[in-house]
Design a binder for this molecule. Sequence first.
Ligand code: DAH
Length: 333
Amino acid sequence: MAESLDTLLGELEAIRSAFSTEVGTLREAQAIEQIRVKYLGRNGKVAHYFKKMSTLAPAERPALGDSLNKLKSEFQERLVHLQVALRSNGKQGSHMFDLTLPGTAPEIGYRNPLLQVLDEIKEIFGNMGFVVKTGPLVENEYYNFQALNFPDDHPSRDLQDTFHLNGGLLLRTHTSPVQIRTMETQKPPIRIIAPGRCFRKDTPDATHSPEFHQVEGLAVNEGISLSHLKGTLIAFAHKLFGKETKVRFRPSYFPFTEPSAEMDVYFDERLGWLEILGAGMVHPNVLSGVGIDPEKYTGFAFGMGIERIAMLKYQIGDIRHFYDNDIRFLKQF
Ligand code: DAH
């Protein structure tokens, strides 16, 4: 029996609104599948009307085909949306969106104590007129050793201690190369600190890590003396550890400073005096190497390990805690 196109189109409208009603009350993922089968399945309502195409006059068929295709994609789209909504609601229970549920608050991160100490150090030296400089982590022999007056056979150049890369490059073993890079491009007066990562071949244990952090300091001008160095570092220690803190300087040796010293801080009876940094007056060879006249200018320099300072300040027993990213550790500071 031939049916009229208008009747069929009218029936499609009825199906559309029935679908809408059913979908509107739907709360479970399983029900989505049932509705899909009912409307879009092989023996579903849409398929049923596709079969009726042949009952129409050829000229009328495209109109029905168009309507059916539209209906089909409309239903498909609607069901996909529903599926997404149900899934993102996190539950396939009786409510699609339960607005009364408390949200899941993401845990807030914490600033690593290493960076907190670094911020403090930057602030203290910043107040004394030192500006922050950075340099590359991948260096070459010249900046890491030669320009710093290390002799060719110095033990720290050894393969044992330094990570050598191809092409004469290496991972910097200290922040001192930033001294050279600064003096190459900047004429005195110079007053900089250079914080950053350094690398040495060390087997990790409670006090060693192959990757660690230092802060370098450098001041160059006419008339800079050892007392400027001492005054600056004592002021620094008092700011960082408290103004009653006792410090002492011991003679030491670094190729790029002459004279050289190490500064110790007195912590308590148990820990006693502990070394926190190396320092000295910039060696004349270093100055002339970068084209600064050592007869006219003098300078002081210092370098400190941040891990060690943070461990002392916060009584952290194992250097590896800094890099583990364990929130139980980080939230303590
Ligand atoms: N670069 C030295 C090290 O890694 C630390 C150091 C000592 C830096 C004395 C300095 C300095 O600038 O004057 O052991």
